[in-house]
Design a protein around this ligand. Structure first.
Ligand code: BG6
Length: 531
């Protein structure tokens, strides 16, 4: 069940519209209960465990969302005791918890559920030891309901899954309880490697036991895209080629590649952001209504949409895709070295830290509507948004008088930060003179619901425990997304970056990205700081 969060329905009381708690429509009732279980984290000494997984589990515990009986087992190579493992995680929580200070009493209760199991991923004996620890909990649910979180390098997924299977911890057709694996991106580096990885996983686990994470799907605002589209009647009828001129999806980041140069040299913006997060957002924005809110219905529609993206030939890539790389500049008043000067980066690197694309979706709804996607590092503002740019009015009356100055209507879904939705339309400037200018109608999550911003991982871990795959990526989705990305990367082969593809850190990207839109008479609408 996709949309568990409640939302308020407009109630009419005594002639005034107001929001009344009794009218909240909750969909959680259809949600599967989270049964008692053990969560085994492979790569328990790593960054992801400390930064994301433990803070998320701690908050779920604090909010009483975890089952009454549960254990978290850290599995890694380093020697540690349960106590030293807990102490490390406690220190990490002080640094990374979204709520501070960490509540000492809650922590000590939570920490009692944390244990450590030392072992080498390649060593069958380590899995026997893991099995013994699970059995020693003396509770069939904790022994058999198992969530294996693979916070390890993708090159180790295969061996971990094979060993779990051989140790009897991951039967392909479970007879007692449930066993699932959660895997993190990067999920392959092209279609062929993703295919191999998928085959390795599904040799020992069934597809429905595999939960592939894209943390963007755990974000409230990304989940709200479907709710906004399909729980209202006024927007969806405009959501097509008749009314929409084009759509812009921007994921701009202020920060640089920094310490991740080694990884980034292999990835680049296309694999790091477009293959996963951006195509997922695009799919949710553009897909057809699913036949139900069940996971497979939603995932079917996303795949269908991804398959409708018009394939790009090498010539199309030259025309429709722009790469960029930052050189030294100033971001937020701080000087920022160029990408080629970052640690572990080849000083002649051609890896893109920015990418802008113009895509077409060849289906009935979107035929002829350009979708512009862009993402980059060291841009002036860290903000993600989807902008639906509507067609201009007919060229009579105000349009005839104002020409290009009459702003077309736009709807902006602000994904982060300052989460909200804005509608832009034209209004009369008050006064005796006649003037028109755009005005904005704005919904802000903060002012409507208060500053409740659970981390994406909280939601995703809970869904994985509940066995709901809606917010996870299915095998065919990953592979279809790679087909798109591969065709673009192929178009870049043997073509180094040109001068027009470099941009100074702290600017909105290369000049070539402006040209991409200018050819169709469009301009990028940069996200604005709100406040
Ligand atoms: C990650 C990428 O998947 O997403 C990072 O590897 C990127 O490069 C990050 O910065 C963006 O996530 P968010 O949640 O900060 O928008």
């Amino acid at each position: 069940m996709y949309l568990a969060a409640g939302f308020a329905k407009l109630a009419r009381v005594s002639g005034t519209d107001h929001f009344d708690d009794s009218t909240v429509c909750r969909l959680d009732t259809q949600r599967k209960l989270v049964e008692p279980c053990s969560i085994v984290i492979f790569g328990a000494s790593g960054d992801l465990t400390a930064r994301k997984l433990i803070p998320a589990l701690y908050h779920l515990f604090k909010d009483k969302q975890l089952p009454t009986a549960f254990r978290i087992i850290g599995f890694a190579r380093r020697e540690k005791t349960d106590e030293s493992f807990r102490a490390e995680l406690r220190a990490a929580l002080d640094q990374f918890s979204r709520t501070q200070p960490v509540a000492a009493a809650v922590w000590s209760e939570f920490a009692a559920h944390l244990v450590y199991c030392q072992g080498d991923l390649n060593d069958p004996a380590a899995y026997q030891k893991l099995e013994q620890r699970l059995t020693a909990f003396n509770d069939p649910a904790l022994r058999h309901n198992l969530l294996f979180y693979l916070a390890i390098s993708p090159s180790q997924f295969g061996v971990a899954v094979e060993q779990l299977h051989r140790a009897g911890l991951l039967p392909r057709h479970p007879t007692t309880g449930w066993q699932r694996i959660v895997v993190e991106k990067p999920f392959g580096h092209d279609l062929a490697s993703a295919h191999t990885l998928n085959s390795e996983l599904t040799q020992y686990a069934d597809e429905n036991q595999v939960f592939r994470i894209d943390h963007y799907l755990g974000k409230e605002t990304v989940q709200n895209i479907l709710m906004f589209r399909f729980s209202n009647s006024i927007f969806e009828r405009l959501w097509n080629r008749e009314s929409v001129d084009h759509i812009q999806i921007t994921v701009s980041e202020k920060h640089a590649v920094g310490g991740r140069g080694g990884y980034y040299e292999e990835a680049g913006a296309m694999r790091d952001m477009v293959q996963n997060h951006m195509l997922q957002v695009l799919a949710l924005v553009a897909m057809e209504p699913p036949v139900s809110l069940e996971a497979e219905s939603i995932r079917d529609e996303k795949v269908k949409l991804l398959k409708s993206i018009r394939p790009l030939s090498a010539d199309d890539v030259a025309r429709q895709v722009v790469r960029g790389q930052y050189f030294a500049g100033v971001v937020d008043g701080q000087s920022q070295p160029g990408y080629r000067q970052e640690p572990k980066v080849n000083p002649n690197s051609n890896v893109e830290t920015y990418v802008a694309l113009k895509l077409f979706i060849d289906n009935w709804r979107w035929s002829g509507v350009p979708f512009y996607l862009r993402t980059g590092k060291t841009l002036p503002l860290g903000a993600s948004e989807v902008r639906i740019q509507f067609r201009p009015t007919p060229n009579v009356l105000f349009a005839a008088a104002c020409g290009a100055k009459l702003d077309p209507n736009a709807l902006t879904l602000r994904l982060q930060p300052d989460e909200g939705i804005s509608m832009r339309f034209n209004g009369k400037i008050p006064g005796t003179q006649v003037g028109v200018r755009p005005v904005r109608m704005h919904f802000s999550y903060d002012s409507e619901f208060g500053a409740y911003t659970p981390e994406a991982y909280e939601r995703l871990l809970l869904e994985a425990m509940a066995g709901d795959a809606t917010l996870f990526i299915r095998r065919d989705e990953v592979e279809t997304a790679w087909t798109i990305v591969d065709s673009i990367r192929k178009g870049w082969e043997g073509k180094p970056l040109t001068n027009r593809e470099f941009y100074a850190a702290g600017t909105w990207g290369p000049v070539a990205a402006e040209d991409l839109l200018a050819h169709s008479g469009h301009v990028w609408r940069d996200p604005q700081p709100i406040k």
